[in-house]
Design a protein around this ligand. Sequence first.
Ligand code: NAD
Ligand code: MG
Length: 300
Amino acid sequence: MSRDQYTFTDPRTLYPTPDQQPDPETQGEPGLQEAMRDFVDIGAETYRGSGRLDGRKALITGADSGIGAAVAVAFAREGADVAIAYLPEEEEDARLVVDLIEKSGRVAAAIPGDLKDEGYCADLVASAVEKLGGLDILVNNAGKQVYAEKLEDLTDENFDDTLKTNVYGMFWVTRAAVPHLPPGSTIINTTSVQAYSPSPILVDYATTKASINAFTKATAQQLAPRGIRVNAVAPGPIWTPLQVSKGQPKDALEEFGAHTPLGRAGQPAELAPAYVFLASAESSYVIGATLSVTGGMPTP
Ligand code: NAD
Ligand code: MG
């Protein structure tokens, strides 16, 4: 490892700016990371663990690719066994993550399914608990983002799918998980800068991300007296399959990240340490917080 996440570097030049890279290929949903290898860094070459999650047991949704995959790799290298959830059509991406978890010497459980299905959400938790022998970290990270230029183009089906995936899925998985979580457990939800600065073409998506912040703050207060901490992470623009599979129009992808103070999009590898901090006992008094990782885009 020539560089790791602790190496002193200039954040402006750590990854390419939009003018330094080719235009990305667009894909259908949910998009495969395998097809955008040159764009996405999940930290496989750089993340160095130091026992911050030794013996922990984590379930991460949407962990086949992007931010969830980077979090899975980081958690495993920090000493956690990890169950990953994803859509069945993402098996190829999921295999890579399973391999990386196992290479860290940890248990990997792969549990594919659709979070829009409440039955799967309950089975997912039961299966993770069985395969890991318990559960003390839950990361609700799966998400759907499909842009619509005009409100009239936003169909009931799209609106419903986005809310079902991003809000109901989180609710169903969390409700099923809570009875299994011992005091000391941590829940981390992935929200977005879209919760505060919604794009005009992401009406449904931004609505879910504001909901996730409110859900986080409400459940944080309810669960803290039970010793369970709930927090959220709000990413800015990050290179992942979500963005190239109808997450943004093609011309916006060409400029993706350029408008941030840092002048570039972020990478999943740059998100993982935020999740490690919130998962670990070192954040014992951090509850109901949203940690922004936005490349400088302002958040409240
Ligand atoms: P990603 O495409 O790599 O991950 C999203 C994952 O969600 C998919 O891999 C898929 O497994 C899962 N998913 C989607 N629909 C599902 C369904 N119906 N059932 C089960 N799983 C489903 O993209 P990402 O950007 O890493 O997304 C992770 C999270 O980060 C999402 O919540 C997203 O909203 C959030 N986020 C991303 C960005 C960004 O710029 N990439 C910015 C802010 C927030
Ligand atoms: Mg994926």
